[in-house]
Design a protein around this ligand. Structure first.
Ligand code: LMR
Length: 394
């Protein structure tokens, strides 16, 4: 039986980490998978998370099941973080999931369960796993133009003209902030225009917010999500705590669904619980409990926010320094976009052959589509990276 399975393609982001780990060169530089690294190349446990873990160890008295949709305290703390007061909570239903990926998967599954045949629209490009999950769940997919590869900025006219084709009831996936893989993001006016258009079309926005706090700040990064949440009768959000709480392996994510009224919201809530039950019953709890503790304890929250801000500013500094080093190296400001982009990633315009050359000749690892993880660009490596990027002809 198993011999009839077809070979699956290796995940092109996660597979890269294995290649990197196997590389014996001690000069190697990892700009691949979206994991934060400090100046020493380590992915630290955030101070507030470490304290919360100690506290949890002391205080937790049981490991019995939580609710099928996860713990209510987690839902509320995350809703406060993401929405502030932009939405009436009686229309909101929740579902804790294994990571933001679990949330993306379940929302797409829920869309399929509605039986409406809704198409799911993704930006072109988008996080590779978005498309892969949609294919796996077997929903119809469409793509909308997003990136101007020449200027490495948002192709807003192209985006709007493609979104004009969205049908009523279709689901449109938007990256809440820190677009993955491009690093190019909508400004406030553009968020407003997209919102008006999708509302007029009767579309349902689905915001994937995996990097809140990595772009322009915790509040600023929620701008688009809050704007849309205040406008749309129905909307989905997939949130991840992997990056901004640094708890990647705890698999901590959340679905937030907005329904038109409280009655529909109760039905949505039941369906979300059903989806969890059919897939794995209860969501992981440890990470969610840590996040809840951090968000609801003023001292821990302040410390977490301060550390996250240090991380954000560090990445911003790396962006500016790399743009400067590249300017010095190539004598033009054609890499100025690096300082304009936000979040962990920038798509720098490398061909797949140039990405291979960077890996083979310079031991620099980035994703095949030319996506670079700015968190891997530590100060001591900036000149090496800039020289290599120019040497391979990017
Ligand atoms: C990434 O895009 O590198 C991260 O979201 C990690 C992943 O699972 O792909």
């Amino acid at each position: 039986m198993l011999s009839s399975l077809k070979k699956q393609p290796a995940d092109r982001i996660i597979g890269l980490s294995a290649l990197y780990n196997a590389d014996p060169r001690d000069t190697k530089i990892d700009l691949g998978v979206g994991v934060y690294k400090d100046a020493g190349g380590n992915t630290p446990i955030m101070r507030a998370i470490k304290t919360a873990e100690q506290r949890l160890w002391n205080e937790e008295t049981t490991k019995t099941y939580t609710a099928m949709i996860g713990d209510g305290g987690f839902h509320n703390a995350m809703a406060d973080l993401i929405f502030a007061d932009s939405v009436d909570r009686s229309r909101v239903s929740f579902c804790a999931t294994p990571g933001g990926t679990g949330a993306v998967h379940h929302v797409i599954e829920l869309v399929k369960m509605t039986g409406t045949g809704a198409k799911v629209w993704f930006s072109d490009p988008t996080w590779g796993n978005h498309l892969s999950i949609a294919k796996h769940v077997n929903v119809p997919v469409e793509k909308y133009t997003y990136f101007d590869a020449k200027n490495r900025s948002v192709n807003f006219d192209g985006m709007i003209s493609d979104l004009e084709k969205v049908a009523s009831g279709d689901v449109v996936v938007l990256h809440g902030c820190c677009h993955n893989p491009t690093g190019a993001n909508l400004n406030k006016a553009q968020w407003g225009q997209v919102a008006e258009l999708l509302l007029a079309k009767g579309a349902i926005p689905f915001i994937d917010i995996a990097y809140q706090g990595f772009g322009d700040g915790l509040e600023e990064d929620a701008y688009g999500t809050r704007l849309l949440a205040g406008m749309f009768p129905e909307m989905f959000i997939a949130a991840s705590c992997s990056k901004n709480f640094g708890i990647y392996r705890e698999r901590c994510g959340l679905i937030i669904a907005l329904s038109a009224d409280a009655g529909t919201s109760a039905i949505t809530q039941g369906n979300l619980a059903y989806v969890n039950r059919q897939n794995f019953s209860f969501p992981p709890d440890h990470g969610a409990r840590l996040v809840t503790m951090v968000l609801t304890d003023p001292e821990l929250r302040a410390d977490w926010a301060a550390e996250l801000e240090e991380v954000r500013l560090g990445m911003l500094n790396a962006r500016q320094k790399l743009a400067q080093a590249l300017q010095a190296e190539c004598g033009s400001d054609r890499f100025g976009f690096l300082a304009e982009h936000r979040g962990m990633f920038s798509r720098i315009g490398a061909t797949e052959a140039q990405v291979d050359q960077l890996r083979d000749e310079h031991a620099i690892y980035m994703v095949f589509d030319g996506r670079l993880n700015i968190a891997g660009v530590t100060v001591d490596k900036i000149d090496t990276i800039a020289k290599a990027v120019i040497a391979v002809g990017i």
